[in-house]
Design a protein around this ligand. Sequence first.
Ligand SMILES: [Mg+2]
Ligand SMILES: [Zn+2]
Length: 184
Amino acid sequence: MAEKFAVFLDRDGTINEDTGYIDSPEKLVIIRGASDAIKKLNENEFGVIVISNQSGVGRGYFSKEAAEDVNKKLVKILNKGGAHIDGIYYCPHHPDDNCDCRKPRTGLIEMAKGDLNLDIKKSYVVGDKVSDIELAMNAGAKAILVLTGRGTDERNRLIRQPHYIASNLKEAVEWIIKDSDACA
Ligand SMILES: [Mg+2]
Ligand SMILES: [Zn+2]
C-alpha cells in the first residue's frame, strides 16, 4: 500500500482555544472554522493526526484518563462537524523526563508513522508554538505556524522559519492543499 501524506495538527491553540491546562472536556472550545478545515483535509485524502504535549499529566495536575477524556470529546465534536481524525497521540511526560515524545522531539510522529504508514517528507505540521515548528523541521516535514493560540507571541521566538504562517487552521489548510498540488 502506498504511503499516505499526513497533516499533523497540534491540539491546544490550533484546533481548540488554549485556555491553559485543559483538564476536563467542558473546557474545550473549538476554534471557529477548525472542523471545516479538517473536513477539507479528509476530502483531499490527507491523514489527519492530532499530536499534543500534555505535561499537565507529568506535573500531576490531571490524570491520563482526564487527558484522554478531553481527546475523546474533541474527536466527538469534530465528528459532529463532519471531520474525521485518523489518530490522536499525546506526550504525558514532564519536561524534565527527557522523553522522546515531547515536541519538538519526534516520538509522536514516529508512533503515528508506524501505525498508519505515512510519508513524513511529504507531510505537514501545523501548530501555534516554536516547538511545533521545530518538530516539523526535526522530522523533515513542512512547518506551518498558526497565529491562533500563542502563535502571535511565539512568532517572535522562532528558531527556524516555518514554510508558511497562517492566521488560523482554515488558512493553513488552504495553503497545504495548494502546496501539495504544486509538489505533486
Ligand atoms: Mg499549541
Ligand atoms: Zn513524552
